[in-house]
Ligand binder design. Structure first.
Ligand SMILES: NC(=O)c1ccc[n+]([C@@H]2O[C@H](COP(=O)([O-])OP(=O)(O)OC[C@H]3O[C@@H](n4cnc5c(N)ncnc54)[C@H](OP(=O)(O)O)[C@@H]3O)[C@@H](O)[C@H]2O)c1
Length: 281
């Protein structure tokens, strides 16, 4: 039986993993919320690891509010960088393989073709900078690591773009959505399935990997597809804008090349529209 610790247990990715957990044979998942395991508290993290032996840790815990992070950099770095460091060092000390989740926002978005794992990073907002520092700590702190960068995560859980659009559509509110950024909406349930696949069939090829659904979209395309797939919503309430003012800058292009992951894990990637359909069903 493999013991797997999942941090940030109330977050959307962790909840998607929780949905899969009962059907995964040979794996015992332990889900730790922020209240039980604050990853920014080094002593707590080390004490937690000393009480039980974990074969894997999936670190989903993070400070994910991109807008808020601009005004709250200390907290963002404390969780996304120092927290990742604590987890990495505890994993290393306890022979635990770390699956750490990171983001497309480590890139500046100036490229015009999909970002590979070896492309230069250059975050343009606090959230991206804090996640990049976290990646660096994971790389130096724990040899047995997978860093999975992903993009535009949504699911049936928590605050995310899908749920925000559905809420406004149900209320009949007009929506003005930006076309300024291009990326790939990614179903957190698909990412959850990937983490389980890694644990079940670990090739021990550690390093950085990019994971997203296939295809590309702007936030406007994503909103439109949500409304179309929910056929009872009226798309006439939806308008596009080139620029939507925000505190945090966002990369204008952040498509991730997923070839390395597909070659290593042989896991087919679902197109984002198809995966959205699965999620809404
Ligand atoms: N959401 C996206 O669009 C997106 C895109 C690319 C990459 N990612 C990455 O994907 C991963 C999963 O994201 P998600 O969307 O599932 O995020 P999420 O829903 O915001 O979940 C993160 C969880 O971590 C918890 N947390 C915050 N500080 C913590 C701490 N000090 N110790 C322990 N737990 C803490 C949060 O609790 P509270 O809510 O109570 O603070 C929350 O339950 C993250 O690494 C994120 O950076 C996300």
């Amino acid at each position: 039986m493999k013991n797997v610790l999942v941090t940030g247990a109330n977050g959307q990715l962790a909840r998607c993993i929780q949905d899969l957990a009962p059907n995964i044979e040979g794996v015992n998942f332990i889900f730790a919320t922020k209240q039980i395991l604050d990853i920014s508290n080094k002593q707590l993290v080390f004490d937690y690891f000393s009480n039980k032996s974990f074969d894997y840790c999936i670190n989903t815990a993070a400070y994910t509010n991109v807008e808020q992070a601009e005004k709250d950099a200390e907290n963002a770095f404390n969780i996304n960088a120092e927290g990742a460091k604590n987890i990495a060092e505890a994993c290393s000390a306890n022979n635990t393989t770390l699956i750490h989740i990171s983001t497309d926002y480590v890139f500046d978005g100036e490229k015009e073709s999909p970002y590979t794992e070896t492309d230069a990073t250059n975050p343009i907002n606090v959230y991206g900078a804090s996640k990049l520092k976290g990646e660096m700590y994971v790389q130096t702190g724990c040899m047995q690591h997978y860093i999975i960068r992903t993009s535009w995560l949504y699911s049936q859980y928590g605050h995310n773009f899908l749920n925000t659009i559905l809420k406004h559509a149900k209320a009949g509110n007009p929506l003005t959505i930006t076309t300024e950024q291009t990326g790939t909406p990614t179903n957190a349930n698909d990412l959850a399935a990937l983490t389980v696949e890694i644990i079940k069939n670990d090739p021990k090829k550690y390093g950085v990997y990019h994971f997203s659904n296939a295809g590309k979209a702007t936030w406007y395309d994503f909103a439109k597809e949500i409304l179309i797939q929910h056929s009872h919503f009226d798309t006439s309430n939806l308008a596009k804008t080139e620029h939507y003012p925000t505190f945090a800058k966002r990369p204008k292009y952040s498509i991730l090349s997923t070839s390395k992951l597909q070659n290593t894990f042989k896991s087919p990637l679902t197109n984002w529209k198809e995966s959205l359909k699965n999620n809404l069903n």
